[in-house]
Design a protein around this ligand. Sequence first.
Ligand SMILES: Nc1ncnc2c1ncn2[C@@H]1O[C@H](COP(=O)(O)OP(=O)(O)OP(=O)(O)O)[C@@H](O)[C@H]1O
Length: 322
Amino acid sequence: MARHHADDGVPPVVEVRHLRKSYGEKVAVQDVSFAVAPGEIFGILGPNGAGKTTTVEAIAGLRHADSGDVRVLGIDTQAEPDRIRTALGMQLQESALPERITVREAIDLYGSFYPDPMPTEQLIDMLDLRDRAGARYAALSGGQKQRLSIALALVGRPQVAILDELTTGLDPAARRATWDLIETVRDSGVTILLVTHFMDEAERLCDRLVVIDGGRIVAEGSPAELVSGDGELRTIHVRLAEAPSAAVLEALRAAPDVATVTGDGLDLEIRGGRRVLPSAVAALDAAGIVPESLRTGARSLEDVFVGLISHDDTPAQEGAHP
Ligand SMILES: Nc1ncnc2c1ncn2[C@@H]1O[C@H](COP(=O)(O)OP(=O)(O)OP(=O)(O)O)[C@@H](O)[C@H]1O
């Protein structure tokens, strides 16, 4: 299906403006604003305790915000949470299912809350749970529980699905299978809000994302935009066969887009703008020098993330919430 961008005039599916939420003294979300366009997979990234779950729970109308405006499909979910229930599917971080319920019963039960649920057997096949359809919840593996929770988020044919910690605890093959599934779901027209702290997951799945830290947005864009970090310096490392002359170093420093050349002897670190790599290689070539080896400091989304979030020594507040 055609994807839209937040700024192409199509009304956003999810719109959050200046959301703020405290728990007593603790400010969980300080000021968060973003908009999600129809058909996007939109990521919310951040370290433990950043405010991600609080944000999506406010979006779903499950938490009452202190201030700010949240709309899903134009509905104010803070004022009228019940109006969004059937259009929104939510995968909870930890499922609250009874131990003895079977996969099939759980899907039937959740389906009964919606006017036009997906057929249980279709979901069982879609989520690859056919072999476990009659198994009790307590007997499922981590991956199977996770797939069941995704099935429960999708059973009501939501227009918007919120998936929190989609692949936590899954092995690599199960993660990939889940990613493929999420893309299929998106291709069927569902807009997806994905909470994660896995960079590879965000890089693979998200059209756009926000990084939240300490209850604020510290970066926003497509994974490629965040990684390319236009305006930021890049670094290349060059090893030469023999130590460069002062003239060669001078020529390198004067090359377009090169900011600094450091290092001594055979190993040089060259930093500069977007075209630092071709520019440095051309300057060396003009001096008749072929590097022994060359390494670029290609950034992953993970590097960007680590660079963005605050590095205080506060221990992660896992398990702090009731
Ligand atoms: N019900 C609650 N009562 C008190 N504090 C809470 C409550 N829920 C969350 N918090 C605190 O608010 C902050 C934000 O929590 P939130 O769960 O939104 O973060 P998160 O980004 O989803 O973290 P995680 O990745 O660990 O799930 C944390 O410091 C957390 O301990």
